[in-house]
Design a binder for this molecule. Structure first.
Ligand SMILES: Nc1ncnc2c1ncn2[C@@H]1O[C@H](COP(=O)(O)OP(=O)(O)O)[C@@H](O)[C@H]1O
Ligand SMILES: [Mg+2]
Length: 396
């Protein structure tokens, strides 16, 4: 059974007159991998800083293990942080970088029966714990390297070991892979998830990258403009987005105006479609999400709707095609090639529709008109030269 470790209750944060967090309510379970996901400026780092104790909320409470910790300073919380700009000590080797926190640490003297006398950790204990960390981050044999003789990914792993060696209950990670190139970032995502499971501690992870969040997290908290939009498992968030913002931010979504005629019947483009959603008022206006991979292309006469292909992009695994349905452009992902200008029919199974309540985000997302313009622009310009990533030459 997972147990609640951290709780943010009605947390608000304002800087000057700008409200940057609006009444955040959130709990984090022990040993959970929880990700705060949202666009730049939505309040992720501020939330992390509140958990870490670097910032005090303007109002609201923070609990750790049931105890209110608003006034507890960072160093007295059982929480450590890995920042995007992880500063390793350049003059210290890998071993000493990891050992640094342990050398600072004082523990009760086992030889003192009163338990009051504090002593430093023994050299043996330090070596044992650093070795254990080197094993976990797969950098055994790199003890004597200086940071500048490590790749970006290796440096990041050392930064993580340094934060974990003091055995915090929680590790906060603020876009820790942001500085790495794509391939390395993917490898590190797997690596981090493995480390988290191995050491069995709670990770609170910040990213603006939805794919990263989907890959790594037990729970995702989607944020926008200082408010939580949805909390759920990656599957929940992808399959059952709460509003047009979440549907658009997580994966690709066509979002179309609809009317819920009755349970399991939604109307779009003046036509009725079978869906699997229910619980709406009769004739309630709704947002209808259709994922690009849930649409089948069929001959026009067999289609539920007919549209015209306006753009085709080869993506390796599939084609991304943009299809105009009466002025509203959809993205469809398909393995069949349809040329630009082709009239096509589409078919969508009942469970391919996801119906959402109207929200402040309705009408703002889910039309791919600008997407095709972006593609047109891209094909007009030269491919930029790929800069060889510096510092990755030492990667095993
Ligand atoms: N110390 C600060 N003073 C004033 N405004 C701040 C401060 N820290 C953050 N903000 C503002 O709060 C908002 C949220 O910032 P942040 O939490 O860093 O977002 P994210 O990490 O999601 O990009 C932004 O508008 C940012 O400019
Ligand atoms: Mg940030």
């Amino acid at each position: 059974m997972s147990k609640e470790l951290i709780r943010l209750q009605n947390c608000c944060m304002a800087f000057d007159d700008e409200q940057v967090l609006n009444n955040l309510n959130l709990y984090i379970n022990d040993k959970e991998f929880l990700t705060l996901l949202g666009p730049s400026g939505c309040g992720k780092t501020t939330t992390l800083r509140i958990i870490g104790g670097f910032t005090t909320p303007t109002s609201g409470d923070v609990f750790f293990d049931g105890v209110r910790i608003n006034a507890v300073p960072p160093y007295q919380r059982q929480i450590n942080t890995v920042f995007q700009k992880y500063a390793l000590f350049p003059h210290l080797n890998v071993f000493e970088n990891i050992a640094f926190g342990l050398r600072m640490k004082k523990v009760p003297d086992p030889a003192d029966p009163s338990g009051k006398r504090m002593v430093k950790l023994s050299e043996d204990e330090i070596t044992r714990r650093v070795d254990e960390m080197l094993e976990i981050i797969s950098l055994k044999g790199f003890e004597n390297r200086k940071p500048d003789a490590l790749s970006g990914g290796q440096q990041q792993r050392v930064a993580i070991a340094r934060a974990l060696v003091n055995r915090p209950k929680v590790l906060l990670l603020d876009e820790p892979l942001g500085a790495l190139d794509l391939k390395l970032r993917k490898d590190m995502q797997m690596e981090l998830k493995k480390i988290q499971q191995q050491v069995g501690i709670t990770f609170v992870y910040v990213t603006h990258d939805q794919e990263e969040a989907l890959t790594m997290s037990d729970t995702i908290v989607v944020m926008d403009k200082g408010s939580i939009q949805q909390i759920g498992t990656p599957e929940d968030i992808y399959n059952e987005p709460k509003n047009a913002f979440v549907a658009d931010f997580i994966g690709e979504s066509n979002i179309i105006d609809g009317i819920m005629c009755a349970d399991s019947i939604v109307q779009m483009y003046g036509r009725k479609f079978q869906c699997v959603d229910s619980g709406f008022a009769p004739n309630e206006p709704v947002d209808v999400v259709i994922r690009p991979e849930d649409i089948d292309i069929v001959p026009v006469e067999q289609g539920q709707l007919a549209g015209t292909v306006t753009n085709v992009t080869f993506k390796g695994m599939q084609y991304d095609i943009i299809v105009d349905f009466r002025g509203f452009k959809w993205l469809i992902q398909t393995t069949d090639h349809s040329p630009v200008g082709a009239k096509i029919g589409v078919k969508i199974d009942p469970d391919g529709f996801h119906i959402m309540k109207k929200s402040a985000y309705s009408g703002k997302f889910g039309d791919y008109s600008s997407y095709s313009e972006e593609y047109d622009e891209l094909s007009d310009t030269e491919e930029p030269e790929d800069d060889a990533a510096e510092g990755d030459s030492h990667e095993e």
